[in-house]
Design a protein around this ligand. Sequence first.
Ligand code: PDD
Length: 285
Amino acid sequence: MSIVYLNGEYLPMEEAKISPMDRGFLFGDGIYEVVPSYNGKLVGFGPHIDRMDNGLAAIDIQLDYSHDQWREIATSLSEKNGAGNLGIYFHVSRGADSKRSHAYPEGVSATVFAFAFEIPPEPVADRNVVKPYKVSTTQDLRWKRCNIKSTALLGNVMHYQHGHSEGSGETILFNERGEMTEGSAVNAYIIKDGKVITSPLDEQILPGITRLILLDVLRKDGSIPVEERVVTMQELRNADEVWITSSSKEVAPVIEVDGKAVGDGKVGDIWEKAQALFSAHKYNY
Ligand code: PDD
């Protein structure tokens, strides 16, 4: 039975109750995070909490949980739920009001919910073991503040479903100029002539923590050049390798885009090296 955290208490999932007037439920008015935890060891904890604090500030939700408090919740949830391969989900909504009104209410306290869910074992940097992705593409029809990790995810859900219904494991998105933004729940990369290229940080994409760690370890290692710039969909189709990243996937290779092979259709050499560097250094973040 899974033990969750709700507003200061640990309790069985079945006993965790939230008001139907909660603005998270009515409006998707909240911010969330997913932090990976392997045998109790967290990846990117500080940057994840910083991003959540930025999101809360961006939408004016007041909550004074410190990094230490969030760490205590993550550690307790891991211990209470078997301490295996877990994603720790944090969710802060603006709270439950007595009426449904769009304006931010006064005197309402935020709802804080957290739970742990199973994620795949730590990825191994081995092309014979990794399960590569096949992805679809579609136009990015989400809002213009995709840098905020909002719990209002209908756009992402519909885009994910588009790929899922075509048998793909992700959907890579492009804007009205035919430029790649990100995926429905991942950041996206092309590799061309030995260089890793990914969309720049702006309001069209989430500043992924896996992206932050990956780019930092690649730059510190120095053997694979990295560029953050606009990537066109034509470049995506002509790439030597394509990768997607997220907290639960780490660096995942993509071997097919819209039914067409990426490069020679096999997992690439540069992926293996990048995932090995990521695995070696991820616990330092
Ligand atoms: N998804 N872009 C989007 C739209 C995402 O939803 C995510 C993460 C990422 C990757 O971010 P990070 O490396 O910080 O996990 C990029 C999470 C895991 C989710 O919604 O479950």
